[in-house]
Design a protein around this ligand. Structure first.
Ligand code: PLP
Length: 454
């Protein structure tokens, strides 16, 4: 145990007074005070009071390579020393950004040939919406302006992306969604009105998409956005074959199919991308998180040659396409991403993630009979326990019990970090570097945490 941080109390007080935390309940956070994280190594974190934690959520499902990779630090430092910044404006560029775009095209589904590098996932989704709008305007179909996504979906919190997100807290008080944003039901096997049968869940989603497009008029619908596994909506894992069925339906309906792989990309579900498991060739794809494994901010929007050409060739000759930011294609983030991608492939992390996934599954499955556990779900290194007060009725918990906070605090005391969704879903996204032993520690600490709150 290291000594407590010498300035911890002062920092907690400064945090209370000044720092706004993302998505936090602001006043409640001030009362509670920040838990300051100090350092990390592999799958482990240490907080400012010296408490050791096994991070079963990879930060915010992003630190897929684990903490403390010196080669990533080197890549960032070298690029910063050589050239910390290069604008992409005025036809300038930098080597890491160019190499990264080419690398992303090499490893992503073959349909995707062009890459726009952003600061994160929200900006990638926002760029997708803006550029799809430009695409249909430039290709003579300006009436195609309606967007469809899934209930319980999360696509970031940008001004437009937050409307494709379909979680109430991202809408409440923000006047969202926009009038051209529409939803169909989540393919939620545990709580789907059609039951949990794979074929029935897939058929219901396809029928819902067809019905929504018919209601809006196919000639008015621009695109369907979805996550291959709904992350922030509660780690909702559709049956295998769902993604392909949705992409086939979108094609048939003549709407663009946009896959948001911000969480599922870079080995999270096994293959490099969730699309790969089903041979899905999206029109556009958003990525972030695992792209830099959280070591620097970066996301990307990948698009097909057809979408790229529609925008490029439909714009007035020589006129700029008015979308961009000072930090688009930032060379330091790009250098970090290139090294992180090297670690997935040559560094063996993708293979390790695939190898240890059965231990992750076993750690969660071992809790299926626990009195609080209603559903256990996982694919690759993404999973959840859905807790219920009654297994047969699948009844959740009274929010007044504050179960989510109690679980998080109890887990923390027991040295385990995971995330709760609503009051009753615990989500897990361990780094791809986890070992079999670390999954055993996770299982033991998780069982103790559930027992402690019983
Ligand atoms: N899309 C999905 C599926 C996400 O899970 C997230 C973030 O959690 C985003 C988009 C937004 O990404 P960011 O938080 O990097 O802006």
């Amino acid at each position: 145990q290291s000594p407590a941080h010498p300035h911890l109390d002062a920092l907690i007080s400064l945090d209370r007074g000044h720092l706004i935390h993302p998505v936090a309940p602001w006043r409640k956070h001030e009362q509670r005070g920040v838990t300051m994280l100090e350092s990390g190594q592999g799958a482990w974190l240490k907080d400012a009071s010296g408490h050791q934690l096994l991070d079963a959520f990879a930060g915010l499902w992003c630190v897929n390579i684990g903490y403390g990779h010196e080669s990533v630090v080197q890549a960032a430092a070298e690029q910063m020393r050589k050239l910390p910044y290069a604008t992409g404006y005025f036809h300038f560029g930098s080597e890491p950004a160019i190499r990264l775009a080419a690398k992303l095209v090499e490893i992503s589904p073959a349909s995707l040939t062009r890459v726009y590098l952003t600061l994160g996932g929200s900006e990638a989704v926002d760029a997708a919406i803006r550029l799809i709008t430009q695409y249909f305007n430039n290709t003579g179909r300006p009436e195609k302006k309606q967007f469809i996504s899934l209930q319980r979906g999360y696509h970031g919190s940008s001004s437009m992306g937050s409307g494709l997100t379909a979680l109430p807290v991202f809408h409440r008080g923000f006047d969202m969604p926009l009038p051209n944003q529409h939803y169909i039901a989540s393919p939620y096997p545990y709580r789907n009105p059609v039951g949990s049968d794979d074929a029935a869940v897939i058929a219901a989603s396809v029928a819902a998409l067809r019905a929504k497009v018919a209601e809006l008029g196919a000639e008015r619908v621009a695109a369907f956005f979805c996550e291959p596994i709904q992350g922030s909506g509660g780690v909702i894992i559709p049956p295998k074959g769902w993604l392909k069925a949705m992409s086939d339906a979108a094609r048939e309906l003549d709407i663009l199919f946009v896959v948001d792989e911000v969480i599922t990309g870079f080995g999270r579900t096994g293959p490099m991308f969730a699309c790969d498991a089903e041979g899905v060739q999206p029109d556009l794809m958003t990525v972030a998180k695992g792209l830099t494994a959280g070591y620097a901010p970066m996301g990307a929007l990948l698009m097909s040659e057809q979408v790229y050409a529609g925008i490029a060739d439909g714009a007035p000759v020589g006129a700029p396409i008015g979308h961009g930011a000072t930090y688009s294609a930032h060379p330091v983030s790009a250098a970090v991403a290139l090294e992180v991608l090297r670690l997935y492939e040559e560094g063996g992390l993708l293979a390790n993630g695939q190898k240890v996934a059965s231990h992750f599954a076993a750690a969660l499955e071992g809790l299926r009979e626990h009195p609080l556990v209603g559903d256990v779900r996982h694919r690759g290194l993404l999973g959840a326990l859905e807790l219920v007060s009654d297994k047969s009725s699948k009844q959740g918990f009274d929010p007044a019990l504050g179960l989510a906070d109690r679980l998080f605090d109890t887990g923390y005391r027991n040295g385990l970090v995971f995330r709760s969704f609503g009051d009753h879903i615990l989500g897990f996204a361990p780094a791809l570097c986890f070992s079999e032993d670390e999954f055993a520690v996770m299982a033991e600490r998780l069982r103790k945490t559930l027992d402690d709150v019983l």
